[in-house]
Design a protein around this ligand. Structure first.
Ligand SMILES: Nc1ncnc2c1ncn2[C@@H]1O[C@H](COP(=O)(O)OP(=O)(O)OP(=O)(O)O)[C@@H](O)[C@H]1O
Ligand SMILES: [Mg+2]
Length: 810
């Protein structure tokens, strides 16, 4: 068996065709020795003399080259200890490895020992079968070999071995290092300095072409390339150029080896470091430019963005608990006691509710939402929406309500910014426990003191197992039926009012907050006939309504793409509206319309709160501007796209979704004279991008603004309340336009928007008309008209609303 008898070196070559088939041929002892530190973490104890001797060994799923080293060592170790589990592969003992008296494998470092040679065998994890090699390392028997790859491989290997034997210094097995074991930089330089590469056989050329295809599509490789500032967009081009270079320069042994590996991950892992060397030399400008871009899109360490807040010693109090447990109530107590306080709300409606409540209790409080600013003389307190938080003002106490919204995919950044940036001695966070861990982490980054106050629900929420048995005639006074689309809301309202004596109020997202508030008051007030509320998930956050029972009309909703189950946390939030302390129904009930949705409801209520791992971030304009300076001739939408692709974030943060902003930016492309900053700010205006009327007006506002003419609202005012759904939709959309104008007037120089008063009057009038319309609304939702005509319903039989039937049929 011995080959190169006097050699203190041996070679192992590992070939991994798939995860269970590993071939060990030869390895250069020197190589193992020098690389032993790289897997030092995998062995312990007993490594005193020979670093490969270990009493236990874990075979990691490592990159190919590490496996190579590991295998070589494992062979030695198994020889001595037989410790390898057979899960990974069976090790055929290396009969040629001698043991000394105490059973240790001879330490090669002693020098002159010649017995560590010729380690030729192949291992198969599944079968345990091995392929034996004779001492010239040519296959002597090849069990269960089916395809020709192995044969090619074997002959390639045999050739390589022969080359090494014939080559310089090979007589004793020294000097030859297989390409897989060689330094990639060296390999790259060799390729680069070669005049002409080897002429490839057609079949090899095909294999190599496929291999480059795999490299170019490899997510692993494009991720790794980011480390040397090869961006994802440039990566395929870089691979393409590398491929050209490679085909021109490739040497016989590299080509042969790659062909052996085939178009697989192992080949990508082998090629990648060479590719890196190539890129570093070939694309210095691209790398520099991308590096500049990446560095300007650095969103890591967001707590350092607020040096003033960092200079303060803030006290953070987390009011942590489920819905209706008194979190907001307790935080507001501190807010009202403070000399100067700020309350940050997730919704305009809730900001208004707190504004009213606090003023009613004798604490002067102003209101600040995106659309309106109500300054109460002598007030030191402000109730605002979280997006309007000022990180410049100093406060004694600030309250950030619904803090779990930090994890909201689109709006989360506003909560994160408030928490990181508020300059307040005391900050009260109210929310469920889902973001508690991440708040702990953020506080340890910011150096703020965190106090936790845990709450329990005042009264447990009771699930009514009977459900409404699919029949809306089982609705009772004090019920809130929750549906997840405007269309369903009107269908339910119509059905209830048609088949029962109840009257319904409605609350949904597209209604202005004034109208929602009017509807909520109508429902809360016991002295009228409106005793049922039909609402969307817009009712879910923080509001205090006189709800006895929350009935889920359905437990799935359309997410803009497909119908998906409503999330457990949302179900909890919504169901939590029932039975508020202090309301006329302090015992909360919840159920579903249909029996077959009940299990899902119970499951959601039972589920523990998520443990959120990341919260949202979005760059300030200044960051986007800095990023823009690294690019030329790109639109804002492209800029944001690129920012999203290239920004760096810490593990606790994600970049908030901004498709909506990009769409608005695209629409505004036709407005030419806007500065980048104005354009950026316009994109945050509250507009329904699916409403062409609203989009038209936004573009008009932006055009007038860019031409420095006073921005006016040219829109006919409706004369009367709606008498059908089209008119109702028109009112909703007109209110949005006015609301957008008001928002712009708050976010840009006021003198450019001189018609604020007119807009406010229009907004109030439209909200009034909407309220009037909703009281009498008993028509089919507009979108229904485009569908097939419905069969006539029998007057006395309640029929389930059609959209639900369709959903269930699906
Ligand atoms: N100590 C208290 N005394 C009187 N009323 C209270 C007290 N605590 C809470 N309430 C009332 O109970 C209701 C629910 O309280 P609160 O709004 O603070 O709950 P929450 O935990 O913030 O709920 P959510 O998660 O839904 O926002 C409110 O109407 C509030 O005024
Ligand atoms: Mg609350």
């Amino acid at each position: 068996m011995a080959r190169g008898p006097a050699s203190s070196l041996f070679r192992v070559y590992a070939y991994k065709k798939n995860s269970s088939r590993i071939r060990v041929l030869l390895c250069n002892q020197q190589y193992i020795t020098t690389s032993s530190t790289s897997f030092g973490q995998y062995h312990h104890r007993g490594a005193s003399q020979n670093p490969f001797l270990s009493s236990s060994f874990h075979v990691p799923n490592r990159p190919f080259s590490t496996n190579l080293i590991t295998l070589a060592c494992l062979g030695l170790i198994s020889q001595r200890k037989n410790v390898l589990g057979s899960d990974y592969f069976h090790v055929k003992p290396f009969s040629s490895v001698a043991e000394d008296g105490d059973g240790d494998v001879n330490d090669n470092s002693e020098g002159g020992r010649t017995d560590l040679v010729d380690l030729g065998c192949e291992f198969d994890a599944d079968s345990g079968k091995s392929i034996d090699f004779d001492n010239e390392n040519e296959v002597t028997s090849c069990h269960e070999e089916e395809d020709g790859v192995y044969e090619d491989f074997d002959s390639a290997m045999a050739e390589l071995d022969n080359d090494s034997v014939d080559g310089e210094g090979a007589a004793n097995g020294e000097g030859y290092v297989h390409v897989a074991c060689r330094n990639p930089l060296e390999l790259y330089r060799e390729l680069r300095d070669t005049e002409n590469g080897v002429k490839l056989r057609r079949s090899d050329w095909v294999t190599l072409t496929e291999t480059f295809g795999v490299l170019s599509r490899s997510g692993w490789a494009s991720d790794q390339a980011l480390a040397i500032y090869i961006g994802k967009a440039f990566f395929p081009t870089a691979v393409q150029k590398f491929k050209k270079f490679f085909f021109k320069k490739c040497s016989a042994d590299v080509a042969k080896y790659l062909v052996t590996l085939g178009p697989a991950d192992a080949a990508v892992k082998f090629l990648f470091p060479i590719f890196v060397e190539y890129c570093l030399e070939e694309f210095p400008n691209e790398i520099k430019q991308f590096q500049g871009m990446v560095e300007s899109a650095d969103l890591t360490k967001p707590h350092t963005w607020f040096p003033f807040a960092r200079a303060m010693k803030r006290k953070i109090i987390y009011h942590c608990g489920p819905t209706n447990s008194g979190k907001t109530y307790n935080a507001l107590q501190r807010f009202m006691e403070a000399k100067k306080g700020l309350y940050c709300s997730p919704l305009r409606l809730l900001a208004m509710e707190v504004f009213d409540k606090v003023n009613a209790l004798g604490v002067y409080c102003s209101l600040q939402t995106g659309q309106e600013k109500k300054y109460i003389p002598f007030s030191n307190h402000t109730s605002c929406t979280v997006e309007m938080v000022s990180t410049d003002e100093l406060y004694d106490v600030a309250v950030i309500d619904e803090i779990q919204m930090m994890a909201d995919p689109s709006r989360g950044y506003a909560w994160t910014r408030a928490l990181l940036g508020l300059k307040a001695d005391e900050i009260h966070l109210c929310g469920d426990p889902s973001v508690l861990n991440i708040v702990r982490k953020i506080c340890s980054d910011t150096g703020d003191e965190l106090y936790e106050q845990h709450y329990e629900r005042f009264k447990p929420l009771v699930v009514e197992a009977k459900t409404l048995l699919g029949d809306l005639r089982n609705v009772r006074s004090g019920d809130c039926v929750v549906a997840f689309s405007r269309r369903e809301i009107f269908e339910v309202k119509m059905a209830i009012e048609r088949y029962t004596n109840h009257r319904c109020c409605v609350i949904y997202g597209a209604l202005p907050p004034e109208t929602r508030r009017q509807q909520a008051n109508l429902f809360n007030d016991q002295d009228n006939e409106f005793d049922v509320l039909v609402a969307s998930d817009a009712v879910g956050m923080g509001l205090n309504l006189n709800i006895r029972r929350v009935v889920f009309y359905s437990v799935s909703k359309y997410n803009g793409d497909k119908v998906v189950p409503v999330s457990a946390s949302q179900v909890k939030q919504i169901a939590g509206r029932a039975g508020r302390r202090g309301s006329i129904y302090p015992d909360g009930l919840t159920t579903t319309l249909h029996l077959n949705d009940l299990d899902y409801l119970i499951e959601c209520l039972k589920q523990p709160f998520d443990d959120v791992k990341k919260v949202g971030l979005f760059p300030f304009f200044e960051q986007v501007e800095m990023f823009a300076s690294k690019l030329q001739d790109v639109s804002l939408s492209q800029l944001l796209e690129k920012f999203g692709q290239n920004c760096r974030l810490d593990g606790s943060y994600f970049l908030c979704r901004h498709d909506h902003i990009k769409k608005v930016a695209n629409m505004l492309e036709k407005v030419q004279e806007l500065s980048l900053e104005d354009r950026f700010n316009f994109c945050f205006a509250p507009v329904n991008i699916r409403d062409p009327k609203a989009m038209y007006h936004l573009v008009r506002f932006a055009s007038a603004y860019s031409q420095k003419v006073p921005v006016n609202i040219y829109m006919g005012m409706p004369k009367a309340s709606a008498s059908n759904d089209a008119e109702l939709l028109d009112l909703e959309s007109k209110h949005q336009v006015v609301s957008m104008y008001l928002w712009l007037s708050q976010h840009f120089e006021r003198e450019n928007f001189p018609y604020v008063q007119k807009a406010e009057t229009m907004a109030t009038d439209i909200a009034g008309l909407l309220a009037e319309s909703l009281v009498k609304a008993n028509w089919k939702p507009e979108s229904r008209k485009t569908g097939k005509p419905m069969p006539q319903q029998k007057a006395d039989v309640y029929d389930r609303p059609r959209s639900l039937i369709k959903l269930k049929e699906k």
